[in-house]
Design a binder for this molecule. Structure first.
Ligand SMILES: NC(=O)c1ccc[n+]([C@@H]2O[C@H](COP(=O)([O-])OP(=O)(O)OC[C@H]3O[C@@H](n4cnc5c(N)ncnc54)[C@H](OP(=O)(O)O)[C@@H]3O)[C@@H](O)[C@H]2O)c1
Length: 256
């Protein structure tokens, strides 16, 4: 897709990967509608990018009414939606025996149900304009469970299965779907993660910058890749976990 002039809704845009992506899509000539709950952080980013190219929409993607509002405000302001990037997400670090139902609900409501609700609100509008692209941001650990993060991994795995189904259902209306699978990324994600503080070993895992992942998301929009990975290590991780799962059980033991 040629990005210049395209209207992009980007969730989770107040910090981390989403914030970095907001700047990169604007640099690529897109007009962005930036979604997160923190109005103040979004307003700063809009000021920085410029009000002609960015719009702040404070909203909670886990709320159905908010999802409708996100689409209405974008259409009201820009007239259409070409691309939706479902990037908002929350982690949960907790051994399965003690995981709280309220935390499970939060994770599933943001990472999975939120994507459903916002996509359901946007698809009819995309269809009216001849189609559109939806990019869902998952994780390499949606491909392989990581100790103490089972619920988060499950939310991303669910997102992947759903995207595969929707891709085929929606192709007749030219609604296209891509998935992006970041690995560990240097953001406040771990700080914002629900549950108990992760182990020191886990915290020491090095990651790529948010800008690197954001660049990959922009490339995913350009190329409309079916599945996009950020680093060669991430690809090898997925291959390895598929072909030598026992080896990864052994490696992961030190993080449990
Ligand atoms: N960082 C990593 O290592 C990593 C690895 C793989 C995949 N990912 C995925 O990449 C995506 C972005 O993660 P990140 O690292 O940038 O995390 P982050 O720095 O914690 O940012 C999360 C973003 O999601 C927003 N958000 C959370 N709950 C929301 C809600 N209910 N409604 C609307 N927005 C909400 C937050 O804004 P507010 O708090 O203002 O609402 C924030 O902008 C997530 O889907 C995450 O699962 C991250």
């Amino acid at each position: 897709m040629k990005l210049s002039g395209k209207i992009v809704i980007l969730t989770g845009a107040s910090q981390g990967i989403g914030k970095a992506a907001a700047y990169k899509f604007a640099q690529a000539g897109c007009k962005v509608a930036l979604v997160a709950r923190s109005a103040k952080m979004l307003t700063e980013i809009v000021k920085d990018i410029g009000e002609n190219h960015a719009l702040a929409i404070p909203a909670d993607v886990s709320q159905k009414e908010d999802c409708k509002k996100i689409v209405e405000k974008t259409i009201e302001h820009y007239g259409k939606v070409d691309v939706l990037i479902n990037n908002a997400g929350v982690g949960l670090y907790q051994p399965m025996e003690s995981v709280l139902l309220s935390d499970i609900n939060t994770v599933m409501n943001v990472n999975f149900i939120g994507v459903i609700q916002l996509s359901q609100a946007v698809i009819p509008k995309m269809r009216t304009h001849g189609g559109g692209l939806i990019i869902n941001v998952a994780s390499i650990i949606g491909k392989r469970g990581f100790p103490n993060m089972g619920i988060y991994c499950a939310s991303k795995a669910a997102l992947e299965r759903m995207t595969e189904s929707w891709r085929v259902e929606q192709e007749k209306d030219n609604i296209r779907f891509s998935m992006c699978y970041p690995g560990i990324t240097q953001t406040n994600f771990q700080k914002n993660t629900l549950g108990i503080p992760p182990t020191d070993q886990f915290n020491q895992l090095a990651g790529v910058s948010a800008e690197r992942v954001a660049w990959q998301i922009v490339q995913t929009a350009r190329r409309e890749s079916r599945d996009a990975y950020v680093t060669l290590f991430d690809k090898m991780f997925i291959l390895g976990t598929k072909h030598v799962p026992h080896l990864f059980d052994m490696i992961f033991r030190r993080y449990s």
